[in-house]
Design a protein around this ligand. Structure first.
Ligand SMILES: *[C@@H]1O[C@H](CO)[C@@H](O)[C@H](O)[C@H]1NC(C)=O
Ligand SMILES: *[C@@H]1O[C@H](CO)[C@@H](O)[C@H](O)[C@H]1NC(C)=O
Ligand SMILES: *[C@@H]1O[C@H](CO)[C@@H](O)[C@H](O)[C@H]1NC(C)=O
Ligand SMILES: *[C@@H]1O[C@H](CO)[C@@H](O)[C@H](O)[C@H]1NC(C)=O
Ligand SMILES: [Zn+2]
Length: 499
């Protein structure tokens, strides 16, 4: 008779190895979760209740997409699902959530087309149709700026259109990138950036009219506060403000006007932490121009050290100029200016744009704008983690400006998995008619982050936005305290049946 012992032994060994396998697998799952942004934090009992409410709704949304990929929204252009976001329960919770700070926003791209349209009702605004575009200028007489057609007061043009609603609807289109057929209108980065830059050309002369400027900046702060953001860092090219009689001011006046608006806003809303300024002029310049910009940056810093955060260069990175062109000057200035460079906002691997990441980090940048190409640079990834260099991620911007179509492929998912020092921001939300910050949080949380990422991620992202801000010392401590209080109030007052 043959013994059954060998079979039993094999079975036991096999069981042991399956148990071992399961343990190893569980360890990987656990360790990866611990490594992720927010994954190493714990929730209070009350926070856990909020989390259960949130995750029930998140699972419903993600699982619906998983089972119906043909109608999955986040694989498409933001414009195709922008309006349906408002119906999402997860969005409605995120809207109310204290989100901390917005650290990557450009002043002229925030207020949105309805607000800009309203500004065109201000007296003394002239307009002129120029080829397929339109020019604007406030003036006490007909502007002398060259244009293929005649300049007219916009009030006269509006009146003689005989249909104000139709005229305004047409005008509004000049103040937004939003269209119903984005894939046709923006087939590549050339078209999206082309339209994006034209927006700035049109809106600049409207909002840099001195009496409008302060009102505009105040409105922007109000919008952020309404979206449960408590602190912002504005990037600004510091456009020259002007008067009806043609007087043009020095950009230092623009910075002073910022400070005045920040002070007034904080006085009106003591619950708001505040705002700072990152001077961010256009990158398409020569070395002399950069010297001039750096001198101005130092002058602003000397004049208002508590408002000035640092320096950056902006514009479509692929079209130049790369940071490498300016190393001697930027290296010298790095001793007294903090840098917040846009870097690696590109799909082009191995190009000068891609390598801006190397220079931004070597120049000691405190944070990186976008750093979209960062996962392609393993050494820089390590450096960013070790030095705690904030990575400012703007998912919706990257979608609208043609870097990524399906946001599940956005590098943010890998940043989050690696526990990187990420902050979420919105770049120019007014130009694509997004919320000041809530839409970006929502798309990142449901469209990009792990299905399993929960309230701990949202809390860590909000906390990161204060942690990696340009606030220093006791001002940062106070901001953390204020944020924590707001967070606790939100948790205490949370009512799941509202969602
Ligand atoms: C998680 O946090 C604890 C305590 O702060 C720390 O000791 C540990 O190293 C962290 N683990 C990871 C994976 O970050
Ligand atoms: C535009 O102006 C009208 C009338 O003053 C006002 O009711 C409306 O709220 C304004 N809209 C925006 C977006 O500012
Ligand atoms: C508006 O109405 C006036 C008077 O009826 C007419 O002369 C003019 O052509 C109309 N303008 C437009 C743009 O339809
Ligand atoms: C929670 O919200 C529901 C629905 O809006 C409301 O009926 C209920 O009174 C709220 N509960 C509390 C404690 O506020
Ligand atoms: Zn930007």
């Amino acid at each position: 008779m043959r013994s059954i012992l060998p079979y039993l032994l094999i079975l036991a060994a096999c069981n042991a190895s399956i148990d071992d396998y399961k343990a190893q697998r569980a360890k990987i799952v656990r360790d990866e979760a611990l490594l992720s942004v927010g994954g190493n934090s714990t929730l209070t009992d009350k926070e856990s209740d909020v989390n259960n409410c949130l995750m029930q709704r998140k699972f419903r949304e993600v699982d619906y997409g998983f089972n119906n990929p043909q109608s999955y929204e986040f694989s498409r252009h933001f414009f195709s699902y922008k309006n349906s976001i408002r119906h999402s329960k997860v969005y409605q919770i995120i809207k109310e959530l204290p989100k901390g700070a917005a650290l990557h926003i450009h002043d002229m791209g925030i207020a949105g087309p309805d607000y800009v349209l309203n500004l065109t009702y201000t007296d003394s605004l002239y307009m002129c149709y120029d080829k397929d575009d339109v020019l604007f200028k406030f003036s006490d007489k007909t502007p002398s700026i060259s244009c293929t057609n005649k300049w007219n007061l916009i009030s006269d043009v509006r009146r003689s259109s005989n249909n104000t609603a139709a005229f305004d609807a047409k005008l509004r289109k000049y103040f937004t990138m939003y269209v119903d057929n984005p894939d046709v209108v923006y087939p590549s980065i050339k078209e999206s950036w082309g339209t994006f830059m034209k927006y700035f050309g049109r809106v600049n002369p409207i909002i840099t009219y001195r009496p409008i400027w302060e009102q505009y900046c105040y409105e922007v702060l109000r919008k952020f506060r309404e979206d449960n953001v408590m602190y912002v860092e504005f990037r600004s090219i510091l456009p020259s403000l002007y008067e009806l009689d043609g007087t043009v001011y020095n950009p230092l006046i623009t910075a002073k006007s910022y400070k005045k608006t920040f002070d007034k806003f904080k006085k009106d809303y003591p619950d708001f932490i505040g705002a700072k300024l990152i001077y961010a002029p256009a990158r398409g310049i020569n070395r002399d121009k950069l010297d001039e910009y750096l001198r101005l940056a130092r002058a602003i810093k000397a004049d208002m050290p508590e408002v000035f955060a640092g320096f950056d260069l902006v514009g479509q990175e692929d079209l130049g100029n790369p940071l490498i062109d300016f190393i001697p000057q930027l290296l010298a200035a790095s001793k007294d200016l903090d840098y917040f460079f846009h870097a690696g906002e590109t799909d082009w691997y191995g190009t000068t744009t891609d390598e801006n990441l190397i220079d931004a980090i070597l120049l000691g940048a405190k944070r990186l704008g976008h750093a979209y190409a960062l996962p392609k640079h393993p050494l820089l990834m390590k450096e960013v983690i070790e030095k705690g260099i904030g990575v400012e991620v703007n998912v919706i911007s990257n979608n609208v400006l043609s870097l990524v179509k399906d946001v599940r492929n956005h590098p943010l998912s890998s940043f989050l998995a690696n526990g990187m020092p990420v902050v979420l921001s919105s770049d120019d939300p007014g130009i694509w008619e997004a919320d000041p910050l809530s839409d970006d949080f929502y798309v990142a949380f449901v469209g990009v982050a792990s299905r399993l990422a929960d309230l701990r991620l949202l809390k860590q992202l909000a906390f990161n936005s204060i942690k990696y801000s340009a606030l220093k010392g006791s001002a940062k401590m106070n901001a953390i305290h204020k944020f924590t209080q707001r967070w606790d109030t939100f948790i205490d007052n949370f009512n799941c049946s509202k969602y």
